[in-house]
Design a protein around this ligand. Structure first.
Ligand SMILES: [Zn+2]
Length: 303
């Protein structure tokens, strides 16, 4: 994703907790989720056209197809903006209870960056993307494992986007390739709400509120942050964070409520590991995956 420069003030900086205490008994296995993070990184960089990308698609299919009620590889081709060739991209879609009209999309980008522009030693080499790529996917694979035996009321579409992180810095047109394609070619019925996970694995997790998300769906933000705090996850902080240009934006542009749960301080406010070769599994933790995965799943069970 890219940082945008707009600023925005939350109208509410503090809200009261929900009127119950939730014991987080969702079955979410954070250790298994962390193995999913590690396994993706073991495949190497997963930028478009790489061997790692092909292997990753097979990995996602092997996990998700047996779990989902319907599974699709949404393949599409674009002109490569940075060469004369073509970009072959694949969104991975796992649908649960596809007949339901009340639906929620849970999504993350699975691709990793073909360059690491802020790395001092090798800025032109593809990066591993443990946090920026693998972390959101890892949580969604583990949530998918919970849904067949413990279904939630709404229909769920787990969508893993390709091509989120393809653009060069400030070339916003060439980010969000998979999510932009998806909103033009959605699986129907379309969801009413979208929850995006990105950079959620940082061992020093701090989840502030993206103002773009808050403008789109303030109640959804407040519910999820309050629930997280009630469970005991103080990583969720209901204060204004950076404005994000991420895979939630194409949905918002279509009038769909969409939020981005993202920690854009990796590991601290200077975001020093972001788009560098320091973005590796040892900078991430199962505890962080648990805080996000358990919160999102707990929220789903309340719907
Ligand atoms: Zn990125």
């Amino acid at each position: 994703m890219q940082l945008t420069l707009k600023s925005f003030c939350l109208t509410a900086t503090v809200i009261s907790g929900l009127a119950f205490n939730l014991q987080a008994q969702t079955g979410f296995d954070a250790q298994r989720a962390f193995e999913d993070l590690q396994s993706q990184c073991d495949l190497g960089p997963r930028n478009p056209g790489s061997a790692g990308a092909q292997a990753a698609i097979q990995y996602f299919q092997a996990v998700l197809e047996p779990l989902a009620d319907a599974f699709f590889l949404q393949q599409f081709q674009l002109s490569d903006p940075y060469s004369s060739g073509k970009l072959n991209l694949t969104n991975v879609v796992a649908r649960f209870q596809p007949e339901k009209t009340q639906r929620i999309i849970l999504c993350a980008h699975w691709d990793t960056r073909p360059r690491a522009e802020y790395d001092p030693s090798a800025p032109d080499k593809p990066m591993l993307g443990a946090n920026d790529g693998a972390s959101g996917v890892a949580i969604l694979l583990e949530i998918a494992r919970q849904l067949p035996s413990n279904p939630v009321n709404p229909g769920i579409d787990i969508v893993l986007f390709d091509g989120e992180d393809y653009g060069k810095p400030r070339d916003l047109e060439h980010y969000l390739l998979g999510s932009r394609y998806y909103v033009e070619h959605p699986f129907l019925p379309m969801a009413q709400q979208v929850i995006l996970l990105d950079m959620v694995g940082d061992a020093e997790l701090t989840l502030k509120v993206d103002p773009v998300s808050y403008r789109s769906a303030p109640r959804l933000i407040e519910e999820i942050w309050a629930l997280a705090n009630d469970i005991g996850y103080d990583q969720f902080q209901l204060v204004v964070g950076s404005s994000m240009y991420d895979d939630h934006v194409p949905f918002i542009e279509k009038g769909i409520q969409a939020i981005d749960i993202i920690d854009f301080e990796y590991p601290g406010p200077d975001n020093a590991y972001w788009h560098t070769h320091e973005d590796t599994p040892d900078k991430c933790s199962a505890e962080s995956l648990e805080a996000v995965g358990n919160t999102v799943l707990s929220w789903l069970y309340q719907q």
